[in-house]
Design a binder for this molecule. Sequence first.
Ligand code: G1P
Length: 297
Amino acid sequence: MSHVKIAVFPVAGLGTRFLPATKSIPKEMLPVVDRPLIEYAVEEARAAGIEEFVFVTSASKRAIEDHFGAAPELERQLRTARKTAALDAVSRSRLPEGSSTFLRQDNPRGLGHAVSLAARLVGDRPFAVLLPDDVIDAPGGCLRQMVAAHAETGGHMVATMTVDREATRAYGVLDVTERAGRIFHARGLVEKPAPEAAPSREAVVGRYILDPAIFRRLATLRPGAGGEIQLTDAISADCENLPVSGFGFDGARYDCGSVAGYLEANLAFALSRPELTGGTLDMMARHLARHQTRGAA
Ligand code: G1P
């Protein structure tokens, strides 16, 4: 039984790196193979025992709400046409009635601000935050692995992966005091440090389990890196009074906030689908050969 029942999905970003694709549809609705990006994070949350889903959205994100609701007309047509697989896919993506809430973040003031908007809904409970741009393929799901570890540590926990020193400037980075298996005890975190100033190479990936004390911290926090209210800064400030740890999850993470990472996720998930593996490998071999011939010419 999971002790974390509610999750927050910050989905208010503009998706500028994917323009013009994201001019009229939310970035979170771009497909990885045949499921929208956001569905991977929601599935992962469900696998971890999450029962309440809070989406922090902005203008033009209606499609996300529709995606997780019922589609009675579509379902009726698929049933009549006996398209069972398609019907299953459509019904599986529906969240139980009453389990989701959509909140608006009208001013883009940063991830910390987005999370703070869920304070009243979360109340005095530990909660998860999932950044859907980070698509994670992990046995049982990354969040589920974290929930098990968090049952032991309590406090704030972030998913981490080891990155090259040069890459630290793109992440929140842990100041690690001690490692115990997959758990990295931390005395602080720094958002997007210059490589020479990075306290370690353990970088934050977009999965968090947070103690509700974070809301008090976020309420008084000043803007940090990029002039935004940073979730990383709030977690770091709480190191004084709460255990804060990183969890080096077992799995692969794809950065779908970048076009290259998004393409890689499509390839990786296509390869992991038995009905698509052969065709995808053939296609890759063809393109590789063509590319090499071109390079040699
Ligand atoms: C956010 C967080 C950062 C974290 C990253 C993981 O940054 O602020 O700490 O390492 O997600 O993807 P963003 O990529 O939104 O700039």
